[in-house]
Design a protein around this ligand. Structure first.
Ligand SMILES: Cc1cc2nc3c(=O)[nH]c(=O)nc-3n(C[C@H](O)[C@H](O)[C@H](O)COP(=O)(O)OP(=O)(O)OC[C@H]3O[C@@H](n4cnc5c(N)ncnc54)[C@H](O)[C@@H]3O)c2cc1C
Length: 464
């Protein structure tokens, strides 16, 4: 089997920064990503974006081309359209590309697989025409497609960004319904000192809101009792606002309730995880350089805790430095000096997070939805079903699989895992940490028998 010093999984800001720094240190480096080009979620398709689309997506998006260009000239080997489906504790990574399986062993692995959008189960969220705000952004970045007659609903800065981009694309949303609770600003104000250190983000946010306002998009804050109405597809978005029930006819509903770390790979590896009460999600337990409880496996970027693209870059470089120290590519004194500067920069980036976490805290009705709301979309398990499992003695998400196949569909729990933890923790009066999460199994992504059969040739030493 081929081997190298470092395998990086994910070519977003964290993975690109890790691979670039690793290659600079002279380590043999391979970076894998399932997308057509590097960039991750924020800079998706930035190397090939047409001019008009670039104008819509804005200058923060275009700034990503600096990283993608540096990666291209770094000496790290970038394999695109490579879907990783297995990572082993000894650093062996398996992926599919061009219809064939491949595998390689890294002395160390940096998992930089980013974030997923938090599940937002509301009545009607499984209807055609309903998707996440991030999914709508992927359509826009990748293909220049914009949803028409859309309502955007939920919480978090990504909502404003998407609304702004739809305005620029000539398809302003019909309404922006924010679920931020009326008291959230007062709670968030306790973290104002940190927020002021991240004043650039505040300025950017108010600029986006001003552009949305100028475009005449109706904005409602404090929306509750959210619901999508429709028989065959979404026809209207219904919500309560200041005691009044409102109904907006629409063809698309774009839901978003913040992002959470994508922990599928680290869970499958069995490394330690902890519950983060501020971001209401599990994160892998990491040392200051991103190393997990397995010394060969690192996590960088949003996959280790939500911090945004700039924080992800710093975390990627820190992980590469730590790998460099471990593999003898970097003297201790250089490591100390560089990592100190990077850690200070990372702390500056993260200073605004407690403010944002408090301001855009997920609403209780999506954390613990009403009984008849579908939670596990793949197996059609409702919130009421999970509460019934709890009454019958079910204490953790893994057991819900035995009770009703919850989490056993093709999404492998990505869409329902956190909701199941929240409902069970609440119903059983247990801590989230003790309630736990699904036991995730490899393969992380679907793989065909043909791809696995073709893998034999690589094991015999052919080119990856
Ligand atoms: C849908 C979505 C849209 C977002 N849009 C924005 C935005 O416009 N602006 C903004 O500021 N923030 C955005 N964010 C937040 C933003 O993604 C992060 O703050 C930042 O990009 C994190 O960088 P990262 O390197 O940790 O992860 P990411 O940028 O998410 O990169 C992770 C990479 O890992 C790859 N990957 C994951 N699993 C596998 C696998 N099994 N095999 C191979 N490759 C894999 C993905 O294809 C992706 O390229 C978005 C988040 C999401 C979920």
């Amino acid at each position: 089997m081929q081997s190298c010093d470092l395998i990086v999984v994910g070519a977003g800001p964290a993975g690109m920064a890790a691979a670039i720094r690793s290659a600079e240190l002279g380590m043999t480096t391979v970076i894998l990503d399932e997308q057509e080009g590097p960039g991750g979620q924020i800079y998706r398709a930035v190397s090939s974006v047409p001019k008009r689309r670039a104008e819509i997506l804005g200058k923060d998006y275009l700034a990503g081309s600096e990283l993608t260009d540096t990666l291209a000239n770094s000496g790290a080997r970038h394999l695109n359209q490579a879907t990783v489906w297995r990572i082993e504790a000894d650093g062996t990574v398996a992926w599919s590309k061009d219809g064939a399986g491949r595998c390689m062993r890294g002395k160390c692995v940096v998992i930089a697989t980013g974030a997923l959008e938090r599940p937002m189960p509301i009545p009607g969220w499984t209807l055609p025409g309903v998707m996440t705000a991030g999914a709508a952004q992927i359509l826009l970045k990748q293909s220049g497609v914009t949803p028409q007659q859309a309502v955007i609903a939920g919480a978090g800065p990504l909502l404003y960004l998407l609304a702004q981009q739809l305005v620029r694309a000539g398809q302003p949303p019909l309404a922006l319904v924010e679920t931020r609770a009326p008291g959230a600003l007062a709670l968030a104000a306790r973290h104002l000192a940190g927020a002021l250190r991240g004043w650039r983000y505040l300025v950017k946010g108010s600029g986006m809101l001003a552009e949305i306002r100028r475009a005449g998009v109706p904005r409602y804050t404090g929306g509750t009792a959210l619901q999508v109405e429709g028989d065959e597809a979404a026809q209207a978005f219904i919500f309560e606002h200041r005691g009044r029930r409102r109904r907006v006819e629409c063809r698309h509903v774009l839901l978003h309730q913040g992002v959470v770390p994508n922990i599928q790979a680290t869970r499958a590896l069995g490394v330690e995880h902890v519950w983060d009460p501020a971001q209401r999600c599990f994160t892998p337990r990491l040392d200051p350089w991103g190393r997990t409880s397995n010394p060969a496996i690192y996590v960088a970027g949003d996959g280790g805790g939500i911090g945004g693209a700039h924080a992800a870059e710093h975390a990627g470089r820190l992980a590469a430095l730590s790998v460099g120290l471990a593999l003898g590519a970097l003297p201790q004194a250089d490591f100390d000096r560089e990592s100190q500067t990077l850690r200070a920069a990372l702390q500056r980036e993260l200073a605004i997070r407690p403010f944002l976490d408090a301001l855009y805290a997920p609403m209780p009705e999506i954390l613990r939805p009403a009984d008849d709301t579908v939670v596990c979309r793949c197996e059609e398990v409702t919130a009421g079903d999970i509460r019934r499992y709890s009454s019958a003695g079910c204490i953790g998400p893994n057991q819900t699989k035995a009770f009703g196949r919850c989490g056993m569909g093709p999404c492998q729990g990505r869409y329902c895992g956190l909701t199941v933890t929240e409902i069970l923790a609440n119903a059983n009066g247990m801590a989230h940490q003790d309630t736990g999460y699904y036991r995730i199994r490899m393969p992380l992504k679907p793989v065909t028998l043909g791809e696995m059969a073709a893998m034999v040739s690589v094991l015999e030493g052919q080119d990856a």
